[in-house]
Ligand binder design. Structure first.
Ligand SMILES: Cc1cc2nc3c(=O)[nH]c(=O)nc-3n(C[C@H](O)[C@H](O)[C@H](O)COP(=O)(O)OP(=O)(O)OC[C@H]3O[C@@H](n4cnc5c(N)ncnc54)[C@H](O)[C@@H]3O)c2cc1C
Length: 450
């Protein structure tokens, strides 16, 4: 049996109830994250099918992590003892059209929820660049899309069901639980297993996506607010070469008022004449439809289509949030490093995100702009560059994406999160003995607060 066939057989058995509930990862390959840049420290993976199984399993373990769709680039999800996967708990539990919410199980992905919602006449407010990720993993790490009026994906969470370290089921809602809820939503995987999420929904909508090529950096600096407010969601892609933004992706709602008039030029950039990939050399086959073709929200908000490999695949990612008011200065600061950055870069993406009230969100009480780097998979080079970039961004008090690579020291992180001490106290209530902690959390969160 060749390796590909063996892996296929194993994954179909894993997907079936045949081998469940207890699984040891019997595959010859090591368990890795999506990008393959890190091997997890254990291959012990238990796949739960029911809430009761989650409760029983959590009660018995002394140390474990919940594994989502493995799309983080750093060790936030890692465990050296045990994983639990909720991949098989992937059902829509309830669609409450009166309350305008949908409740889903903790293993569901956006890619599976979105077409269901659309068929029923509903939509989410935003999506990340890819639909392949688990809703629970995305929300607990404050994953975001773009759009200056759109909060990150976790801002859509209206209620959570979490199994805590003792195996108890805790229900939290925005309506009833005030501050505790706001602390728990971006929980960084530190509170327990999220077994259900209730998300805000709105009536479904159609979108059109336009791409413009070659926006002069000077135009961006002079017109940043006008460019960011031109569409529901705006993404700027650059390789930091030639003082220009390579591509501007404008995602417009067809019900947007005033409607976006797609002129041949947009602040000096030219309207693309074909679908493009953010990395121009790559085929646009895996990208969502562009050229102003109207389509449902979930086929326009992400850049990448479900069923295809998102982004480049063999890559590393880093991303920094800076206050929106410092956007132009922060972009200029990185541009000054272009000779160091460009050789190691596949592409940078710049996005805007609205402020929120979630304690551990990088957008806590501040609207942000994010500067993202998709790197070539060369960790020795990238690890030397990150401190240089972070140093350059220091005046703007950068906050790193929780799921991507960074080197900001824990003490500095601590000073950027005014609710960190409250968050640590909350985590201790859910998990008094640190069952859900790992080296990443101990270093960046719990070490920082003690
Ligand atoms: C190609 C690519 C594109 C990306 N694009 C974006 C983007 O546009 N915007 C953005 O912000 N980010 C983006 N990311 C980052 C990604 O969204 C985050 O890393 C997110 O956390 C992925 O979710 P996951 O389920 O794969 O997480 P995992 O890596 O599996 O886990 C992340 C954390 O979530 C916890 N967790 C997962 N499920 C549960 C659960 N049920 N209960 C409790 N804890 C849980 C884990 O324990 C861990 O702490 C991208 C990543 C890739 C690889």
């Amino acid at each position: 049996m060749n390796k590909r066939f063996f892996l296929k057989v194993c994954s179909s058995l894993i997907g079936s109830h045949f081998l469940a509930p207890l699984l040891t990862w019997a595959i010859a390959e090591k368990l890795k994250n999506w990008a393959g840049n890190l091997e997890y420290s254990t291959e012990n993976l238990y796949s739960a099918q029911t809430l009761e199984q989650v409760q029983e399993f959590l009660k018995k373990q002394s140390s474990l992590k919940v594994l989502g769709t493995r799309h983080c680039f750093n060790r936030i999800a890692d465990s050296n003892r045990q994983f639990i996967s909720l991949k098989n708990m992937d059902q829509v539990v309830a669609l409450d059209t009166a309350a305008r919410t949908v409740t889903v199980e903790g293993g569901l992905t956006y890619g599976h929820l979105s077409p269901y919602l659309d068929r029923k006449g509903w939509a989410l407010h935003n999506l990340a660049s890819l639909p392949h990720i688990s809703i629970a993993g995305a929300c607990t790490t404050a994953t975001h899309g773009s759009g200056e009026k759109n909060g990150n994906l976790a801002t859509a969470v209206a209620a959570l069901e979490i199994v805590n370290a003792a195996g108890g089921v805790v229900q939290l809602s925005r309506q009833k639980d005030g501050q505790e809820f706001l602390g728990a939503v971006v929980g960084l995987g530190a509170l327990g297993a999220i077994t259900k999420l209730t998300l805000d929904i709105q009536p479904t909508f159609q979108m059109q996506q336009y791409v413009y090529e070659g926006l002069p950096l000077s135009e961006l600096k002079n017109n940043f607010d006008a460019i960011e407010s031109a569409a529901y969601s705006v993404s700027l892609f650059t390789d930091w070469q030639n003082q220009r933004i390579n591509e501007v992706w404008l995602k417009c709602r067809t019900d947007q008022k005033p409607a976006f008039e797609a002129q041949p030029e947009f602040f000096g950039a030219k309207k693309a004449t074909r679908n493009v990939h953010p990395i121009i050399e790559l085929s646009a086959e895996n990208c969502t439809e562009q050229m102003g073709v109207p389509g449902p929200w979930y086929e326009r908000l992400p850049h990448f289509r479900m069923g295809f490999t998102p982004s480049a695949g063999k890559e590393l990612q880093s991303e920094y949030f800076v206050p929106r008011q410092n956007a132009v200065e922060a972009i200029s600061a990185i541009e000054r490093l272009h000779e160091h950055v460009s050789p190691h870069l596949l592409i940078t993406e710049i996005r805007a995100i609205a402020a929120d009230e979630l304690w551990m969100s990088p957008c806590y009480k501040q609207p942000c702009v994010t500067i993202h780097f998709t790197w070539k998979q060369d960790w020795p080079a990238v690890s030397k560059l990150l401190p240089v970039i972070e140093q350059q961004l220091t005046p703007f008090r950068p906050r790193p994406h929780w799921g991507k690579l960074f080197s900001i020291p824990p003490a500095q992180l601590h000073s950027e999160y005014e609710r960190l001490t409250d968050f640590v106290a909350l985590a201790k209530r859910f998990d008094p003995h640190g069952k859900f902690r790992n080296d990443f959390l101990n270093a960046n969160i719990f070490g920082a607060a003690s």
